[in-house]
Design a protein around this ligand. Structure first.
Ligand SMILES: C[S@@+](CC[C@H](N)C(=O)[O-])C[C@H]1O[C@@H](n2cnc3c(N)ncnc32)[C@H](O)[C@@H]1O
Length: 404
């Protein structure tokens, strides 16, 4: 049984149990069923503030809500929106706290992971934000612990998020490092000293601009990676430093949320990569089937992307299944446009990494306020599939759909 919060008038004690546990029968507890198959019981103990330390938060292990102890942090930032709504309806204080958490969530979809905040804007309905777990990198497997979001409006949540980032990052790196024994990247440690030819990173000679290629012909590019001695400041790692252009997520009546430019963006500027769970093809097929069923029921958007790389013969030689539906980054909000939109996709290979990353670059100059879009593909296997409302002059009327 642990403290969840101490504020002006109310001290809440919370205990999380599996349904049916003995305490659920005790009087004086407010029962809140959570989506996570657990029961949150809150008991309001008026006037006993002093007996409970205010810097403690812990939740019982068996529900796996969270096992972290944070100073002055609530259980609430870890809750899914529907659970937060349940909790907020229990009393005035929790209602106020929930409201501030909601405001904080709506102010930054990236949860502090990116260089700038990426806010939600919605003038269509009353959904303040879209809920998903944020990862700036592709990850293997669904993260076991929940991710805090919206804990302290005054302070960026970098403390908690950087822990998660480290976990995600190290996960990603360890999965890659198993494959890099024979990797040969650059050996320079001073690639940052650009301008001085002598110090320029030798891997830069593989950059498409260096080769004089036009963006449409890039298709793929190579960057320094864990097989190189240089660090993130290397000029040849421009897609590895997170999202650096200002973006916002805007709700459209027909397309749902979409990613928009919140500043002018110049042609060939890096926007973001497509991050999410890396899946086996079998799992991708299973999920796509489930997502299609949910989408047919309405009000569900999936973000499972299949990337295929082809040999000159046309035969597919690499397949990546990236699902950003439950865990992903801002790229999960990019909508489709039948005319190709204003973004180009490029497969970026990092030295030492087995798998390439899918990155988005501006395919033309983009003005602040424009929606960012790309083409989901050319194949439309299901003519009765989801309606496309991209608005381009050559719109096919149906979103692309392929055999997953
Ligand atoms: C990757 S998500 C994009 C973000 C999504 N709009 C959301 O609200 O989360 C893909 C989904 O967005 C919607 N969408 C994307 N482009 C669209 C378009 N041109 N017309 C209609 N719906 C679109 C479809 O529901 C599609 O399954």
């Amino acid at each position: 049984m642990r403290l969840i919060h101490e504020s002006n008038a109310v001290v809440g004690k919370a205990i999380a149990l599996r349904p049916g546990a003995a305490l659920a029968k005790e009087k004086g507890w407010t029962k809140i069923w959570l989506e996570s198959d657990s029961l949150l019981l809150i008991q309001f103990l008026q006037g006993t503030k002093s007996s409970i330390p205010s810097d403690t938060l812990a939740v019982m292990k068996d529900v796996q809500l969270l096992l972290l102890v944070f100073q002055d942090k609530l259980i609430l930032p870890w809750l899914y929106p529907s659970d937060l709504a349940s909790v907020s309806s229990t009393c005035k204080t929790l209602n106020q706290i929930s409201k501030s958490i909601t405001t904080q969530r709506a102010s930054d979809a990236s949860r502090g992971f990116e260089n700038h905040t990426i806010p939600f804007f919605n003038t269509i309905d009353d959904q303040p934000y879209s809920f998903f777990i944020y990862t700036p990198f592709p990850i293997l497997g669904f993260p076991r612990s929940r991710q805090s979001w919206g804990s302290n409006p005054q302070k960026p949540i970098s403390d908690s998020s950087s822990t998660t980032l480290t976990v995600f990052d190290s996960k990603l790196r360890s999965s890659i490092s198993e494959t890099v024994e024979n990797a040969s990247g650059c050996v320079c440690k001073s690639c940052s000293e650009v301008g001085d030819e002598e110090f320029e990173c030798p891997c830069s000679t593989l950059k498409p601009e260096y080769l004089g290629l036009d963006l449409e012909l890039w298709g793929m590019m190579t960057e320094c990676g864990i097989g190189c001695s240089c660090g993130l400041e290397c000029e040849n790692r421009s897609t590895q430093r997170g999202v650096s252009v200002r973006l916002r997520i805007v709700k459209d009546r027909r397309k749902g949320w979409g990613l928009h430019a919140a500043q002018d963006i110049r042609r060939e500027q890096f926007i973001c990569e497509y991050a999410g769970e890396l899946l086996t093809t079998e799992e991708a097929r299973r999920r796509q089937q489930k997502y299609d069923e949910l989408a047919a029921g309405g009000r569900f958007s999936s973000a499972l992307l299949v990337v295929r790389e082809h040999l000159p013969s046309g035969k597919a030689c690499l397949r990546l299944n990236i699902d950003a539906t439950r865990v992903g980054n801002v790229a999960r909000f990019i909508n489709h446009s039948c005319d190709g939109g204003n973004l180009s996709t490029v497969l970026v290979r990092n030295s030492g990494a087995l798998l390439p990353r899918l990155c988005f670059f501006a395919s033309r100059d983009i003005q602040e306020g424009e929606e960012l879009t790309f083409s989901y593909g050319d194949v439309r296997l299901r003519p009765e599939g989801l309606q496309c409302v991209c608005g381009s002059s050559g719109c096919f009327g149906v979103l692309p759909s392929e055999q997953t």
